[in-house]
Ligand binder design. Structure first.
Ligand code: NDP
Length: 390
């Protein structure tokens, strides 16, 4: 039996992972399931999958978690330290699907145990790419992409030599506002930004799709994961979300990964890798689809893309600054404190500030430095917004 853990089990990726595991319970021994506020879901899944331990990230939700698990054999624990301890329990395969920079440390701990880490959490590679790759290498652990774009690229590269790759094309749905007049964007509300045209995902990544901060994170992840140079990575708006990304080779061939927008494909691929198994996803009828369309992204609509390119040029800990400022700006947008377009201005100003801080983004990529940079960038982003409001 394979020992598996799911970090962020109560979220959108986590629930899709639970769905796949629950379809074949005799094949898996579930070690840890983790969640945050949704302890009802966490407890229900921990009982159903007979997990060893259920972890809520927040100590204040320990009591309700314990109550919901009463009479079961599942241990209930809470808090960031308990999360890291659960990540240290031996497992063969771990899903990293916590949202935000909070997903970094549990993922690193799982890699240190030699577990295969299925990486949905984008922030892990954006904040600490070199550190994460080095940790995986040192512990002989596999790191498998779960983002549909990176899974598509990974699959297109099977049996290929990376030196034959000319370019990687990340497709993007364009998000909720892809067809809005540019002058309306400043008034866009969180509720409007939370309506994804094709994918059902968590609220944060859905808003990040509307602003393309999501694609910006993916650009940085692509560079880190596949080791290609920034000018080899392109973004293409593809409203149907059926082509999940493409790899262009030096003989002119383009290999595309095509499938229904269902994250259980990428999750299942990572779960069964290097094999392919039957997955409960729709089989595309291309005659019915009939048409696929593509267009270049407009720079003015998606300033996050050029910010990501700046981050890739700067390197070092610039990704940690970018992500921290983006998370704070997103919190403020969701809370109605800043407008939709202010998110990219806050991130841009934070990157300029970091550039002007001697030794900040050039510091060695250790976990301590990533934490410190993350903390300082969050503080600075708050200060920026307070200054604007005042
Ligand atoms: P959700 O918001 O749906 O779920 C996030 C999960 O993380 C929940 O289990 C949540 O718990 C938990 N969580 C939230 N904050 C913390 C914290 N501080 N500490 C520990 N756990 C926490 O997110 P998604 O599933 O949409 O996305 C997860 C990650 O995967 C993100 O990095 C996202 O960018 C990436 N991703 C998502 C895709 C998708 O299709 N959704 C596609 C590709 C990548 P609770 O809900 O109980 O509070």
């Amino acid at each position: 039996m394979r020992r598996v853990s799911i970090f962020g089990a109560t979220g959108s990726i986590g629930q899709n992972t639970v769905d796949l595991i629950a379809r074949d319970p005799s094949a898996y021994e579930v070690v840890a399931l983790t969640g945050g506020h949704n302890v009802t879901q966490l407890a229900a899944d921990a009982r159903r999958l007979r997990a060893q331990v259920a972890v809520t990230a927040y100590p204040e939700t320990l009591q309700p978690l314990r109550a919901a698990l009463q009479g079961s054999d599942v241990e209930a624990v809470a808090g960031p330290q308990a999360l890291l301890e659960a990540a240290a329990r031996p497992a063969d395969w771990v899903m990293s699907a916590i949202v935000g920079a909070a997903g970094l440390e549990p993922g690193l701990v799982a890699l240190e145990q030699g577990a295969t880490l299925a990486l949905a959490n984008k922030e892990t590679l954006v904040c600490a790419g070199a550190l994460v790759l080095e940790t995986a290498r040192r512990h002989d652990a596999h790191l498998l992409p779960v983002d549909s774009e990176h899974s598509a690229i990974f699959q297109a590269l099977v049996g290929e030599d990376i030196s034959a790759v000319e370019r990687i094309i990340l497709t993007a749905s364009g998000g909720a506002f892809r067809d809005w007049p540019l002058e309306r964007l400043a008034q866009a509300t969180p509720a409007q930004a939370s309506q994804h045209p094709n994918w059902a995902m968590g609220q944060r990544i859905t808003i990040d799709s509307a602003s393309m901060f999501n694609k910006a994170l993916e650009l940085i992840e692509t560079r880190e994961y596949f080791g290609v140079s920034p000018d080899q990575i392109e973004v293409l708006v593809h409203p149907e979300s059926l082509v999940h990304s493409l790899v262009g080779f030096n003989d002119g061939a383009l290999m595309a990964h095509v499938g229904a927008p269902d994250m259980r494909h990428a999750i299942g691929y990572a779960l069964h890798w290097p094999d392919r198994r039957n997955l409960p996803v729709e089989r595309l009828d291309l005659a019915r689809v009939a048409q696929l369309s593509f267009r270049a992204p407009e720079e003015a609509r998606y300033p996050a893309l050029s910010l990501a390119r700046q981050v890739m040029e700067r390197g070092g800990l610039a990704g940690a600054v970018f992500n921290a400022a983006k998370e704070i700006a997103l919190d403020a947008f969701i809370a109605g404190q800043i407008g939709f377009l202010d998110m990219s201005s806050v991130v841009e100003e934070a990157l300029d500030w970091a550039d002007a801080c001697p030794g900040l983004i050039d510091a060695a990529m250790t976990l301590d430095n990533v934490r410190k940079t993350d903390h300082l960038a969050r503080q600075h982003a708050w200060d920026l917004m307070a200054k604007r409001a005042g």
